[in-house]
Design a protein around this ligand. Structure first.
Ligand code: SF4
Ligand code: SF4
Ligand code: SF4
Length: 266
């Protein structure tokens, strides 16, 4: 049983996996695994970039996304004549001959991982680079994995992968994805604390936050900045204290990360 493991802490957002996937499949027909991907319009591998927080407290997150080769795949259920099938190694593939005209396969994927090829009249998606795994190639790994110079993408036997603490995208869909993510970004709250009387940043101020009954703690650095990481999506209260002065701020990380900007500690 194979699976993908993507470590988001290692990913630097270089897009080499996305480019490698394009290079492998655009204009190259790997029948019977997949027909050629058109030059534009399809992303079998897509690195999603999200800007989080507010200037000056901003972070960028990168999440490489692809077909999840789901254990409980809606695309398989929507396909007629077995046009979407699962291999022995658990990769989910679309048969480009049997799938002709079956646009429903595109609509069935909740992850929008399937694309419609207008010219060939077929749905297409990531094949796990099965042509490389099966074929007589010196490198028998998916092209996106081979292209990643920081080893952020690993494809292998599930029993040999360390999946503890990993997460999948949208578990609520109930599809049981086989692409696992390590270090999925959680919410943060950040700010800069300063003393308005002396017009200086406050170094070493104690910052605590309570969210969902859990306490998070840090201190401001040499620039008066603090970053509280790995917060849940919740309402919370922040307490800033230094030199006998205390300030409380309510925040919400329910829908986004929070950059509080400059905070006077009067
Ligand atoms: S090639 Fe590796 S580091 Fe670059 S975007 Fe893809 S996963 Fe991230
Ligand atoms: S991610 Fe979409 S296309 Fe891939 S197996 Fe799951 S449902 Fe099918
Ligand atoms: S496994 Fe192959 S087809 Fe799938 S995203 Fe990676 S490079 Fe593209």
């Amino acid at each position: 049983m194979k699976a993908f493991l993507i470590d988001l802490k290692k990913c630097v957002g270089c897009h080499d996996c996305q480019i490698g996937c394009k290079d492998e499949h655009c204009g190259n027909s790997w029948l019977p695994y997949a027909d050629a991907q058109p030059e534009t319009g399809q992303f079998w591998m897509k690195v999603n970039q999200t800007e989080r927080g507010r200037i000056p407290h901003v972070k960028v997150s990168y999440i490489p996304t692809m077909c999840n080769h789901c254990e409980n795949a809606p695309c398989m259920k929507a396909a007629k004549n077995g046009a979407v099938y699962r291999r022995e190694d658990d990769l989910v593939l679309i048969d480009p001959v049997k799938a002709k005209g079956q646009k429903k396969i595109v609509e069935a994927c909740p992850y929008h991982a399937v694309f419609w090829n207008e010219k060939l009249n077929i749905p297409q998606k990531c094949t796990g680079c099965a042509h490389l795994l099966d074929g007589d190639h010196p490198v028998k790994v998916p092209r996106c994995m081979d292209n990643c110079h920081v080893d952020a993408i690993i494809f292998g036997e599930e029993s040999e992968l360390d999946l503890e603490g990993t997460e999948v995208l949208h578990p609520e869909y109930g599809t049981k994805p086989r692409v696992f993510y390590r270090n999925m970004p959680k919410r943060f709250v950040a700010g800069t604390v300063y003393d308005p009387e002396i017009k200086e940043v406050v170094i070493g101020a104690k910052i605590t936050a309570m969210a969902e009954g859990v306490e998070f703690e840090t201190t401001t650095d040499a620039y008066g900045d603090f970053w509280l990481w790995n917060l849940p999506e919740a309402e919370g209260k922040l307490t800033i204290s230094a030199d006998g002065k205390v300030k409380e701020i309510e925040f919400s990380t329910v829908s986004e990360d929070v950059g509080l900007g400059d905070i006077p500690l009067a």
